[in-house]
Design a protein around this ligand. Structure first.
Ligand code: ATP
Length: 359
């Protein structure tokens, strides 16, 4: 039975490092929740607090209404998958999966039934008796997942479970893990520093930095409405043009920047005149027009010079420079017109695509 997980002002320090710093967060029953952030931001520590391997120095952890701070890991009914899988290499697949069931003192026939079901869930039927050290990395990952799932955990904890796999297998496992979650509806935490994992699978995600949760939201909310420049650059690519707010009225702002005045209609921060901001503009929001026809009707027009072009078939990437600011534009379904390094072009940017963020 899935549970909700709630942290209230949870803090965990190692010597002088605040690995998790006053985190308050509630994850609903059945949610697929991602913890995302750069190396060392506290993701694994967060996960280990939920698993019970670390006890918070301060604050409270609850599963539904039960305070878990003093409950040992083996009484929490959590299943965990580690980045390095942590399987017992000389045991068979079945023995690895069986371990948690033996601890729970289940009858042999019931254990066999559950092992078979777990293997089926990760599409590894037929591997029952294989020694784990004869399996590929991808297969070991599936067995680690089966071992975590077989105990029917209330909370599933995944610590970078697919980061050791090659790109094609990662893509496949993303889909499979997502489907397993949809079938089992277990409250799941997934730690990664790969934004693609999070964007493709998460119900919601928390972006962490230096032990602090900077923003929580759905993939769309976080991508479209980043709270600050750190989040905007961590989730997806973006361009930053710094400037000063010149005027604001009715959800519209004009910002003075080195590339000229920028108009923004995506204002969701408190902005007063004179405030320094970073304007975040996603690469796909820049349209690249030839300087002479300047056909774009976008509210913002910037003159820029192309420094390089990468034609990738379904899209074209441009590196540009405007007033010494490097910019990137992505153009999907590129037509036949060829633009090349050295060309001066007109960049069109809709006012809705300019997001002024606190400095
Ligand atoms: P990564 O993506 O590299 O795995 P992370 O976001 O999971 O990083 P944590 O492993 O939670 O980060 O570490 C957070 C901070 O706490 C880091 O500064 C780390 O050095 C420190 N830390 C973590 N575990 C310990 C420990 N057992 N002893 C001392 N310091 C620790």
């Amino acid at each position: 039975m899935a549970v909700s997980v709630e942290l209230t002002h949870v803090t965990k320090a190692f010597d002088t490092t605040l690995a998790v710093n006053d985190v308050s967060l509630k994850i609903e029953r059945g949610e697929f929740f991602f913890l995302l952030g750069p190396s060392g931001c506290g993701k694994s520590t967060f996960l280990r607090i939920v698993a019970g391997f670390y006890k918070p120095d301060a604050g409270e952890l609850r599963f539904d209404d039960t305070v878990m701070n003093d409950v040992p890991p083996h009484q929490r009914n959590t299943g965990m998958v580690f980045q390095n899988y942590a399987l017992w290499p000389h045991m068979s697949v079945a023995e690895n999966i069986e371990y948690g069931l033996t601890l729970r003192k289940l009858e042999k026939s019931e254990r066999a039934e559950k092992i078979a079901r777990a293997l089926e869930m990760v599409q590894m039927e037929g591997y029952h008796d294989r020694a784990v050290n004869t399996l590929s990395g991808g297969q070991q990952q599936r067995i680690a997942l089966a071992r975590a799932l077989v105990i029917e955990p209330s909370v599933l904890l995944l610590d970078e479970p697919i980061s050791n796999l090659d790109a094609a297998l990662r893509q496949q496992m993303r889909e499979e893990i997502k489907q397993i979650h949809e079938r089992t509806n277990i409250t799941t935490f997934y730690v990664t520093h790969d934004q693609v994992d999070a964007l493709t699978m998460a119900n919601r995600m928390a972006i962490m930095k230096d032990g602090v949760v900077v923003q929580v939201g759905t993939p769309r909310e976080v991508y479209q409405f980043p709270k600050n420049a750190f989040v905007a650059s961590f989730i997806g690519e973006t361009n930053f043009i710094s400037g000063k707010v010149q005027q604001t009225s009715n959800g519209h702002a004009t910002i003075e920047t080195p590339v000229g005045m920028l108009h923004s209609e995506t204002i969701y921060h408190e902005l007063s005149e004179g405030t320094s901001v970073q304007c975040s503009i996603r690469p796909e929001a820049l349209t690249v027009d030839s300087a002479q026809n300047g056909s774009s009707r976008a509210e913002n027009q910037i003159t820029a010079k192309i420094t390089s072009v990468h034609y990738l078939g379904r899209m074209e990437e441009y590196q540009l420079v405007a007033a010494d600011i490097p910019l990137k534009a992505v153009h999907y379904n590129p037509g036949t017109e060829i633009k090349k390094a050295g060309d001066t072009v007109q960049l069109g940017i809709a006012a809705t695509a300019v997001i002024p963020l606190p400095d």
